[in-house]
Each structure stands twice: as structure tokens, then as C-alpha cells.
Write a protein that binds this ligand. Structure first.
Ligand SMILES: Nc1ncnc2c1ncn2[C@@H]1O[C@H](COP(=O)(O)OP(=O)(O)OP(=O)(O)O)[C@@H](O)[C@H]1O
Length: 791
């Protein structure tokens, strides 16, 4: 007698206990129960091999247990124990309990009727491929790869881990060894195996490990689309057509479906539009599917080829770019060593916007400034993958076709009193409701992002103009500094010019340097003329820039007030309708179990059917409303972003002009620098003549014709003590001087010259100081401008 727990009859093995009511799955060979370890209470799955057929299956169950005991991999179900049921002596296989159930049970759920969403799909693909690669490395052929034999385990962090299970048909094969026994499940069976196992026709007597690859291909297709790749009308009974489809399909074809009895087969080399995976992932996946589901052995992919392709897909970096003009979430799968230009090329493929016309923003910054052009994508900062990249088409005249998500009709109802068909109908409609829920989430995201895109674009253009504005202000300063320097040099030039006569009287060796500087008047005049001309250009840019900034500012209220509709309830509204349909489905399932309905239940059934019809209509009309709203908003956005993009073109022109002005000033700076050098060379020679002494010119004799040019020990000494040092005094005679009418006027002239020399010395000192400061100012502005406006 089996003990009966409150919830049902209990079964025991030495270390495990399970409730016969907790059956989680039934296969051809066994039943699986949710069990617990008797000491630890840990959950587990108890696979109880079929009693009646035990004798025939003994070998296979023994093999499964033995084989599983040898395997240890994250993506292969873990062997925990093999024991016997105490009451019957039946063998049990204990494995960890996979809360997510099998892939098959998941695909049976309406939410996966159109396949897995991208993130879950990639986990499945990577995990299953790794599990298969592990088996391959041990020379094990599974021989029954299908969604029903792939379990979803949820780890401690809540992440899905897919694990291969059911090794009842598996065999260890040595290199290239073939086998004859027939295993597998029809829909996933290699055509050669199908021919022998299902059609019972003579065909190839031997199969090799590659039969697993065909099944893997069919499984991937099923998980990606929610559908089987090859379907004959009528299902399993239509075996001849099924075999025809798989064996006659052309290379590259990844699905063949017959929808009418004896009807034509619809072939496809692509995944269906209803598939929820992004276009770029589909594109990477189709060659894998075509290679796996290939009958021509010379074209079929090897294990190594298949695994390495899957690995390359999984290792790719997923980049989300919002293509503003089409309101499209563009998902790109980039290679790890791709660079910025590859992103542009890839984006061009899906949008038609050539790289030159692409404006890629990371929020409100240009993306190419955020990451360097030579940087590998794998080294990009994490933020680059968080969906903040926006793509704009600089070509404002380009057509803007809003991307409209795929829609599917709700299956129509053929009035019937068949409860099984009603369940099917509710299930299909529930699937469609999930489909719209998925797309509503997408529409909401797109609407939020298309709104956000205008703000980013506006901020980007404003930030683009800001440094130009700073350059302009700095250039004005530069101009003023240049003018000041030029003014100083001009007056020094004049002073030096006027000094030449007296310098000619001395034994001053470096006079030619002073002469050289004094002869630069034409250079000074030239520079003055150029600066005056440039002044006009700077003023024009200033006016244009201010108008542009004003125009962008004018857009602010418009940008913020575009008829944004609150989308926060959109998803929850659709979800509510879908939940209603879920409710109808469970009522119908209950009614199906009842079989015969009581009149009150018939009434409920009809009312639920009514609810089903209404919810379908509501979902369609609400979804259409969202789409219309999205289109309207996109229209508004297009207007504003079009204007902003035009402003950007203008800003670019201002930038070009501004750069010319900056270049001009750099040139002026160089020319001023040269003049400055000439000046300094001349000025630096003066101390040799003057030393640090003041100069005085005195009559040396009382004839009024001879004079002494005396250098005092210091200006201070000469004034305070009233003494004049004789040392270093130079004698001049009036013969050496230009003739003057009278000694008195000569004396005055010499005095003037002496004063001038002293003044020159002081003036030169301060000019040098001024020029050094000016030069520093000029240099810092030039450096700032060279660095693109960063002060
Ligand atoms: N570890 C587990 N955790 C949860 N459920 C499980 C586990 N193992 C199996 N199941 C469930 O039990 C079902 C049957 O298991 P399994 O495929 O091992 O049995 P089978 O008789 O060998 O099947 P088949 O008919 O494919 O040969 C699975 O499809 C799955 O739903």
C-alpha cells in the first residue's frame, strides 16, 4: 500500500519522495514527477521508467542512466541519482528539477506562438549549442534533439539555463562511426532517417552523428518562429508530403509549408515577418539554419562550422540605434573587433542612409566624439550599448517612411459547438493578443524615443554652436590684442626711426638691426589693413550666429509642446484585453474538460465567447489608434527635426567661416611674431649702447660746437648727486652732427636726443614687457582655438 499524503499518493525511493499527483511530464518511455530529497527537502525531478514496457526499455533506461552519470556540463541535465521506487522496484532517474519546463511546453504557450523574444532566444541558442558541442567532444550522438528534450532551469540569479535532457536514444560513437537504429521525433527528423523510420522505405542503412544537426536546425527554427519549419497539410499523417518537403527542398530553403490539402508548398529562404527577432539577427541566423537543414552532404554544415557560427553570433555586440527618420529601433549585431565605420556601414544596410549622411548621436553628443574611430567595439564603454544612440539623416529631403510593425489578423471564428475547437480558437487569439502586446511595447518605446530624439538633436546643435560663439568672442579678443601689439610696434618703430640720427653718431655696432626694424613700416601698414578687413567678416559671422541661436531658441516651445500623448497606459490597456482573453481560454479549457456543459455553463461559454470577440476588436482598434498617434507624432517630429537639421547645415557653414577667420588670425599672429622678433633684436641691442646708464649730452668745450654724450652710473645717481661720471663718455663734435643753424639749437637738439634715448630705453623695457604679456595672451587664445574651443 502506498502512503497517501493529503495532496495525493506518495512514492518513495531510498533518498527521495514524490507525489504521484505532481506529474510534470510524460514521455514515451517514462513519467516525470516533481520530487524532494528526503533529508534536505531539495526539489528534484524523478523520472520513473514505464513499468509495463520496462523489460523492453530496460536497456535504454540503463544506457541513459549510465551515460548521464558520465556527463557534467552546465547545459546538460545533471545526474543526481538512480534508485528504485521502494513499492514497485521500478527504476528512477533523479535530476535537478527544471522549473521552466521543456522548450516544447514553453512553445505551446500562447505568448511564444510567434517564437521567443530576442534575449531568451539568444540564451537558448548559446546554451543548446554549448551542450551539443560538449556531447560532440565526448563522441555522443543524442539522436533525439527537439524542444521537448531541452529543459529550462532557472538559476539562483533568475537567469534561464537551457539543458539537454533525455539521453534514452543517445549513443557513444567513435569518429565518423555510423549507426542503423532508428530514433528521433518526426518533425525534427533528418529526411534519410524519416524515410526509413516513418515511411518504412529502404534508404540509407547507415546514419551518422550529423542527424543531430538537422534536428538542431529544426529546433532553432521552431524556437525562433513558434512554428515547425516543414509542415505538410494535415500534420503527422501526411508523411509522404512531409518527406517530399524535407528531401526535395532546395539548398538555402529553411521552411516549406503546405497549407491546403494537396496544395502547393510555400518555400522560404527567410524567417517569417511575424518572427519577433530583429532583422539583423535573422540575417545571421538564416545561413546557420540553411547549413544545418541541408540534405546535400557536400553543402551541409559540419559540427565545427555550426558551433563556430553560433559562437560568433553569441559573441557579437548588440547595439541599439534609434533611426529617427523611420522611427525604427535598429538592432545591430556587431563583431567585437568592428569599429565605428563598420557601425555606419551596417546602419546604412538597414536604413539606406549612406555614412556621409549619417548623424549618429550618443544622446546629445556626436557618437564619434564619444568613442574613437579606431577603437574596437568590444572596448566601448558599457553605456554605448544601453540604447542611447540616435541616427539622423542629414539629407532632409530624403523620404521618411515610418516603420510600421507587422500585424496579424485575429483568426476568425467558424460558429461551432465543438469545445475543443473553441479552446484552439481562444488559444490562437490569445497568441495574437500577446503579439500585439509585444508590438505595443515597441510602439511606446519608439514614441518615447522619437520625442527624445528632437531634444537631443536640438541640444546637440546648440552645443555645436556654443564653441563657435566662444571662438567668436575669443577671436574678437585676439583681434584687439593683435591691434594693440601692432600699435605698440608701430610707435616703437616710429621712435626707433627718430632715434636713427643720434645712433648714427655713436660707434654703435648693431645699428643695422635698428634700421631693419625701422624699415618695417610697410609691414605694419599691411597688417593694419588686413585686420580692418577681417573686422567686417567677424561682424557678419556674429550677426548670422546670433540669428541662428535665436531661431533654435524659438523652436524650444514647439519642440516641447508637440502633441505628445500619454503612452503610459498603452501597454497596460492592451495587457488588460489580453488578460481577458487568457481568462476566456482557461474557462474554455475547463469546459473542454467537463465535456458536456450544463445550460448555465453554456450561457457562461457564450458570454465568454462574446468577451473574446469584443476583446479582439478592442485590441485591434486600440493598437491602430496607437499607430495613428505615433504617425502623427512622427510627422510633427519630422517637421522640427527637419528644421533643426537645416540649422545644423547652417551651423556647419558658420563653423567653416569661423575656421577661416581663425586661420587668418593665426597667420596674422605669425606675421606679428616675426615683426616682434625684428623689434626685439633691435631693442636688445640698445642696452649695449646704453648699458643701464642714463645718457646726458653736454657741451664739452665752451665753443658751443663740441658735446659730450655722457653715461651716468645710474639715472638715480645723476639726478640725486648732480654728478656725472666721465667714464665711458663719448666725444662728439658738431662735425659729426647734422648742421644746425646755431649752437644753442644744436645744444637743444642734443639734449632732446639724449632725453629720447633715455625714454627709448624705458619705453623699450615696458614695450618688451607688454609684448611678452600680449604674446602670452595671443598664444593662449591660439592654443584654445586650436583645441576646438576648450578653454
Ligand atoms: N528535470 C526535469 N524537470 C522538469 N521537468 C522535466 C524534467 N525532465 C523531464 N521533464 C518533463 O518530462 C517530460 C518527459 O521527460 P523525458 O523527455 O525525459 O521522457 P521520455 O519518456 O524520455 O520522453 P520522450 O517521449 O521524448 O522519449 C519532458 O518533456 C518534460 O516536460
Amino acid at each position: 500500500m502506498q502512503p497517501i499524503g493529503k495532496s495525493g499518493p506518495l512514492s518513495y525511493s531510498r533518498n527521495y519522495v514524490w507525489n504521484k499527483k505532481d506529474c510534470v511530464g510524460k514521455g514515451a518511455t517514462a513519467e516525470v514527477f516533481l520530487g524532494r530529497h528526503r533529508q534536505t527537502g531539495e526539489n528534484c525531478a524523478i523520472k520513473l521508467f514505464n513499468v509495463r514496457e520496462f523489460m523492453t526499455l530496460a536497456a535504454s533506461s540503463k544506457r541513459e542512466i549510465e551515460l548521464l552519470g558520465k556527463l557534467k556540463h552546465r547545459n546538460v541535465i545533471t545526474f543526481l541519482a538512480s534508485e528504485t521506487e521502494l513499492s514497485t522496484g521500478n527504476e528512477i532517474l533523479v535530476t535537478p528539477y527544471c522549473q521552466g519546463g521543456s522548450l516544447f511546453s514553453m512553445l505551446e504557450q500562447p505568448q511564444y506562438a510567434y517564437g521567443f523574444p530576442e534575449d531568451e532566444f539568444l540564451i537558448f541558442l548559446g546554451d543548446t549549442s554549448r551542450g551539443m558541442e560538449y556531447l560532440r567532444s565526448l563522441g555522443i550522438t543524442h539522436r533525439d534533439i527537439k524542444p521537448g528534450n531541452i529543459m529550462k532551469f532557472i538559476d539562483k540569479s533568475g537567469r534561464s539555463v537551457y539543458k539537454l535532457t533525455d539521453f534514452g536514444a543517445a549513443r557513444e560513437l567513435k569518429d565518423e562511426e555510423k549507426f542503423q537504429s532508428l530514433y528521433g521525433t518526426e518533425e525534427y527528423l533528418h529526411p534519410d532517417m524519416y524515410q526509413r523510420a516513418i515511411l518504412k522505405e529502404p534508404g540509407s542503412q547507415f546514419f551518422d552523428a550529423s542527424v543531430d544537426l538537422w534536428s538542431f536546425g529544426c529546433t532553432i527554427y521552431h524556437v525562433a518562429t513558434g512554428q515547425l519549419p516543414f509542415q505538410a497539410h494535415g500534420g503527422r499523417i501526411n508523411t509522404v508530403v512531409m518527406h517530399k518537403i524535407t528531401s526535395e527542398k532546395a539548398s538555402g530553403v529553411i521552411s516549406g509549408i503546405q497549407t491546403e490539402p494537396n496544395g502547393a508548398i510555400t518555400w522560404s529562404k527567410d524567417l517569417p515577418n511575424t518572427c519577433l527577432l530583429p532583422q539583423s539577427l535573422k540575417k545571421l541566423l538564416t545561413p546557420v539554419l540553411a547549413g544545418l537543414m541541408e540534405t546535400d552532404k557536400s553543402k551541409a554544415w559540419s559540427f565545427e562550422q555550426s558551433f563556430s557560427h553560433v559562437k560568433s553570433i553569441i559573441s557579437r555586440k548588440r547595439m541599439e540605434i534609434f533611426y529617427q527618420a523611420a522611427c525604427l529601433e535598429l538592432i545591430l549585431y556587431m563583431r567585437e573587433d568592428d569599429k565605428y565605420c563598420n557601425i555606419q556601414e551596417e546602419a546604412a544596410q538597414y536604413t539606406g542612409v549612406i555614412p556621409e549622411n549619417q548623424l549618429l548621436l550618443f544622446r546629445d553628443k556626436e557618437f564619434c566624439n564619444y568613442v574613437s574611430a579606431t577603437e574596437k567595439i568590444c572596448n566601448y564603454p558599457r553605456k554605448a550599448f544601453e540604447g542611447d544612440i540616435y541616427l539622423f539623416n542629414r539629407d532632409t529631403l530624403a523620404e521618411m517612411n515610418i516603420y510600421v510593425p507587422e500585424t496579424v489578423p485575429f483568426p476568425s471564428r467558424i460558429p461551432t459547438s465543438d469545445l475543443i475547437e473553441d479552446v484552439e480558437l481562444a488559444k490562437l487569439r490569445c497568441s495574437v493578443a500577446y503579439f500585439y502586446e509585444f508590438h505595443t511595447e515597441k510602439v511606446v518605446r519608439c514614441q518615447q524615443r522619437v520625442k527624445q530624439s528632437v531634444f537631443y538633436l536640438r541640444d546637440y546643435i546648440r552645443d555645436y554652436l556654443n564653441p563657435i560663439n566662444v571662438w567668436l568672442t575669443e577671436t574678437k579678443k585676439l583681434k584687439a590684442e593683435s591691434e594693440r601689439t601692432l600699435g605698440i610696434l608701430d610707435s616703437s618703430l616710429k621712435l626707433f626711426g627718430s632715434m636713427l640720427p643720434v645712433l648714427n653718431l655713436t660707434s654703435y655696432k648693431d645699428i643695422e638691426k635698428v634700421v631693419e626694424f625701422a624699415n618695417k613700416q610697410d609691414v605694419v601698414d599691411n597688417l593694419k589693413g588686413s585686420l580692418a578687413k577681417e573686422d567686417k567678416r567677424i561682424n557678419e559671422i556674429d550677426v548670422y550666429l546670433q540669428v541662428l541661436l535665436e531661431k533654435i531658441k524659438e523652436q524650444d516651445p514647439v519642440v516641447t509642446s508637440v502633441g505628445w500623448q500619454e503612452e503610459q497606459f498603452w501597454v497596460s490597456t492592451i495587457k488588460q484585453f489580453r488578460l481577458t482573453i487568457n481568462g476566456v481560454l482557461s474557462t474554455f479549457r475547463k469546459h473542454k474538460r467537463y465535456g458536456d456543459l450544463h445550460p448555465h455553463e453554456v450561457f457562461i461559454h457564450q458570454a465568454e465567447m462574446q468577451k473574446l470577440e469584443e476583446s479582439n476588436l478592442q485590441i485591434l482598434s486600440v493598437f491602430q489608434g496607437y499607430l495613428d498617434n505615433l504617425k502623427r507624432i512622427c510627422g510633427e517630429v519630422k517637421k522640427h527635426s527637419g528644421l533643426l537639421l537645416k540649422h545644423l547645415t547652417r551651423a556647419k557653414k558658420v563653423e567653416v567661416n569661423m575656421k577661416c577667420v581663425i586661420d587668418f588670425h593665426k597667420e596674422i599672429d605669425i606675421r606679428l611674431g616675426k615683426l616682434d622678433e625684428t623689434y626685439k633684436e633691435a631693442a636688445l641691442t640698445l642696452p649695449q649702447l646704453l648699458g643701464s646708464h642714463a645718457i646726458e649730452v653736454l657741451p664739452s668745450k665752451n665753443d658751443g660746437n663740441s658735446f659730450l654724450v655722457k653715461q651716468a652710473a645710474s639715472t638715480q645717481e645723476s639726478t640725486s648727486k648732480g654728478k656725472i661720471s666721465q667714464c665711458g663718455a663719448t666725444d662728439f663734435t658738431d662735425k659729426q652732427l647734422i648742421s644746425t643753424p646755431s649752437p644753442a639749437s644744436k645744444s637743444k637738439m642734443y639734449c632732446d636726443l639724449a632725453r629720447q634715448l633715455n625714454e627709448t630705453r624705458l619705453e623699450t623695457e615696458s614695450t618688451m614687457k607688454n609684448l611678452t604679456e600680449n604674446k602670452k595672451g595671443l598664444e593662449s587664445i591660439v592654443t584654445m582655438l586650436q583645441n576646438g574651443g576648450e578653454c
